[in-house]
Write a protein that binds this ligand. Structure first.
Ligand SMILES: [Zn+2]
Length: 257
């Protein structure tokens, strides 16, 4: 299980940077929530905690302590830049194990490739949350709130979605997160195949055997093979029940979609 601690910068009495009608603390929370939702909805081996999930004041010490006490595997601090520049940059602490740098080398480009803005580079800084966390930690500065063109992107929900998507892609790649299986579309038929044979005589023998056992098999040719289908179900549980029944009788059947 990979434990990802997400830290939406600022909050409560500390708005962070402000500009163009935006406040950093609101943007960082929106992005953090999107990242959490994507990670939990799409991957199986991941847990997420956040330093805050509302507009409350959390000290810098609390942020790193929460992550340290939880034994997080990764600390991700989300921020919005200010000062008149443009684009994206990420920070790690200057004295960190090489693992932290390796993770930045995966996560940073994954974000850039998703949001397609000026790449300001992978940087080092002595930020408190980077210094005081005991696991690999990264802090991302996602565009400039006081730059009109950047602010216009930050006002666009689909852009914030891409910011989150970039972080998620990077974390998924860096920690080898396993995707949840996507459910088959409605109307899917679970076909039960009791064998695929290059030799039709063998397929015919399987058909005879199944008939003798009371089944009504269907023989068809596909991809150069003779395939023996024993049933088709719209409900996966029913399909699996038949496979179990066949297995008890010595057949090796499988679901084919
Ligand atoms: Zn900030």
């Amino acid at each position: 299980m990979v434990k990802v601690f997400i830290d939406p910068g600022h909050g409560g009495t500390d708005p962070g940077a402000v500009g163009n009608g935006l406040q950093e603390k609101n943007l960082t929370l929106t992005i953090a929530r999107l990242i959490r939702e994507m990670l939990l909805n799409e991957f199986v081996n991941v847990e997420v905690r956040m330093s805050r999930n509302s507009d409350i004041t959390v000290s810098l010490a609390e942020r790193s302590t929460l992550a340290n006490n939880w034994n997080a595997n990764y600390f991700l601090s989300i921020h919005i830049n200010a000062g008149g520049g443009t684009g994206f940059e990420s920070y790690i602490h200057s004295s960190v194990p090489s693992r932290t740098r390796q993770l930045q080398q995966v996560v940073h480009p994954a974000i850039i490739s998703e949001i397609q803005v000026t790449n300001r580079g992978q940087k080092n800084a002595n930020f408190a949350v980077l210094r005081n966390t005991s696991m690999p930690a990264i802090l991302t500065e996602n565009l400039f709130i006081d730059r009109t063109s950047d602010a216009n992107l930050l006002k666009d929900p689909s852009f914030l979605n891409r910011v989150a998507r970039g972080h998620v892609n990077g974390i998924a790649q860096a920690f080898n997160l396993q995707r949840k299986p996507t459910p088959p579309p409605a109307g899917t038929l679970y076909k039960i195949q009791a064998g695929a044979f290059s030799d039709k005589a063998n397929a015919d023998r399987m058909v005879s055997r199944l008939r003798a056992d009371g089944y009504n098999p269907y023989l068809y040719q596909e991809g150069g093979l003779w395939k023996v289908q024993v049933g088709a179900f719209s409900n996966r549980t029913n399909a699996e029940d038949l496979i179990s029944e066949l297995a008890r009788k010595g057949y090796q059947a499988a679901i084919v979609l």
